[in-house]
Design a protein. Structure first.
Length: 72
């Protein structure tokens, strides 16, 4: 039986997002996570981020793009 899972990756401020630690979240389960909030400042234009997917450090670009979408 297939179930939907959300995979959450938590990391410090690195160039790319590491795949560990990661948490698998399932529907209809209770999870308790304690996270500390950090201020994230997005720079425009960011010389480390390019919309072209083939460039390095693209993990940051995807996160930056997602954060911008969430703010709108």
């Amino acid at each position: 039986m297939l179930r939907r899972q959300l995979i959450v990756y938590l990391s410090q401020q690195y160039e790319d997002i590491p795949t560990f630690p990661r948490f698998y979240l399932n529907n209809n389960y209770w999870y308790r996570l304690r996270l500390k909030k950090k201020h994230i400042s997005l720079l425009n234009p960011n010389q480390h981020c390019s919309p072209v997917e083939k460039y390095i450090k693209r993990g940051n670009c995807y996160v930056d793009s997602w954060l911008k979408d969430m703010r709108e």
